[in-house]
Design a protein. Structure first.
Ligand code: ZN
Length: 137
């Protein structure tokens, strides 16, 4: 069943724009500091380690480990009702940063904490592509 209610969209601002530009091109990226090399996510106006403003969004492998996950059975937003049940995951990227996303293409019985995961991209429209994760192999 299609719903007329739009899903909430990420806030794309001057800090996060690079992440979403890469995602549209199907690349996962993390903010990287040119001064000290710190890689972090989500983005911030200054490097959380050395406070430099000299940062850019650098593509990463898109691979990581599943640190935690949860299955949503309840629609806290009406537009997600048709997706129920869906999985939300916490991924630790091989490059270090963690991010929250959806885990797709897997039944809960097959999931193990620490499992290897990789990014997949879901195009919402011309402006927005969402990085999601699936089990590797
Ligand atoms: Zn830094």
């Amino acid at each position: 069943m299609q719903t007329d209610i739009a899903k909430p969209r990420p806030k794309i601002d001057n800090v996060s724009r690079g992440f979403w530009d890469h995602a549209r091109a199907e690349r996962l990226s993390v903010q990287t500091c040119a001064a000290c090399g710190e890689k972090h996510f989500p983005g911030s106006p200054v490097c959380p380690k050395c406070l430099s403003e000299d940062q850019s969004w650098v593509p990463v492998s898109g691979r990581g480990k599943l640190l935690s996950w949860v299955r949503f059975h309840r629609a806290y937003w009406d537009s997600f009702r048709e997706d129920l049940p869906y999985l939300v995951c916490l991924v630790g990227l091989d490059e270090g940063p963690m991010l929250v996303s959806n885990l797709v293409g897997v039944e809960p019985e097959a999931i193990a904490i620490g499992a290897e995961v990789e990014v997949v991209f879901e195009k919402v429209d011309e402006e927005l592509t969402l990085p999601k994760f699936r089990l590797r192999g």
